[in-house]
Design a protein around this ligand. Structure first.
Ligand SMILES: [Zn+2]
Length: 306
């Protein structure tokens, strides 16, 4: 697959309290591993543009946007929720994180590439229409989905493989039957969303210590059949890598080979159902070495798929 890597140096400038796991070094770990593996030669490297405030308005309330903008400090940090802070340059990172997704959708629709990974921060999947939470300010993947819908894409799927439930994304698309939302996550665990399932929401809670075999069962038994039935025209991934065995944010035991397998399966089904492409967003993943290796595995599988 022609695969783009979309990022921007300003995504490093968002900083929270000292020793916060959602740190700028996460992006360094990813770019180091991409270089060390030689993957950079196989990727189309793109610089994320700024989004507009109107892009953010497609998902988030005016009151929430005003709250975030007015909470940007001129120095020091401002707390948005118990574990999310803003620094003076946070909005510069946010604009590029959202802009990366807009560029990814446009690039697929313009036939420039088939898949894109947005190596951006802050992450987004816990933010809903009205509230920032869990390291997330605005919902990057939801804004990219809205952009695709505005450009005529009628059916999309969002697959969330972060170890935490994508509660913000689920809230945003709960009433939109043209958006298939599938999320696997450790349960019970933050954010402890009540489990709901219907014809376009597929939640796959996993008990602690679940491993790659459990991941495969979820995908093979529930997600792939649903994707074949739903036939999304564009597929989005909330790609968190904090379910990795070495990541002590949670207690699942996935490894790089599991992320490779998942990415191969998704690339294959996208081709089978004639879906236009894959837009993947970095969400969680906090152990720097395993994060870098997992993203490289994800990208290698996309690049190598037909
Ligand atoms: Zn997470």
């Amino acid at each position: 697959m022609r695969t783009a890597l979309i990022s921007h140096p300003l995504c490093r400038r968002h900083k929270m309290i000292d020793d916060h796991p959602e740190c700028p070094e996460r992006l360094d770990a990813i770019s180091d591993r991409i270089l060390a593996s030689g993957l950079d030669l196989s990727l189309l490297q793109k610089t994320a543009p700024k989004c507009s405030v109107d892009d953010i308005r497609t998902v988030h309330s005016s009151a929430m946007i005003e709250h975030v903008l007015s909470s940007l400090p001129s120095e020091g940090l401002n707390e948005l929720d118990g574990d999310t802070w803003l620094c003076p340059e946070s909005f510069k990172a946010i604009e590029r994180a959202i802009g990366a997704g807009i560029m990814a959708v446009d690039g697929i629709l313009n036939d420039e590439f088939d898949a894109a990974f947005c190596a951006v921060r802050p992450p987004g999947h816990h933010a809903n229409q009205t509230t920032s939470s869990g390291f997330c300010v605005f919902n990057n993947v939801a804004i990219a989905v809205k952009h695709a819908q505005e450009l005529g894409i009628e059916r999309v799927a969002i697959l969330d493989i972060d170890v935490h439930h994508g509660n913000g994304t689920q809230d945003i698309f709960r009433e939109d039957k043209n958006v298939l939302f599938c999320s696997l996550f450790q349960y019970p665990f933050y954010p402890n969303t009540p489990i709901e399932n219907n014809d376009h929401i597929v939640n796959s809670p996993l008990p602690i210590n679940s491993n790659g075999n459990d991941f495969k069962l979820v995908v093979e038994q529930h997600w792939l059949p649903k994707l074949r039935e739903f036939k999304p025209q564009m597929l989005f991934i909330s790609a968190g890598f904090d379910a990795h065995l070495e990541d002590d944010m949670a207690s699942l035991s996935f490894v790089e080979a599991d992320y490779s397998w998942f990415s191969e399966q998704i690339a294959s089904v996208v081709k089978e159902i004639k879906c236009k492409g894959i837009v993947s967003f970095l969400e969680g993943g906090y152990e720097l070495s395993s994060l870098g290796r997992s993203v490289a595995a994800h990208l290698r599988a996309l690049v190598d798929s037909e």
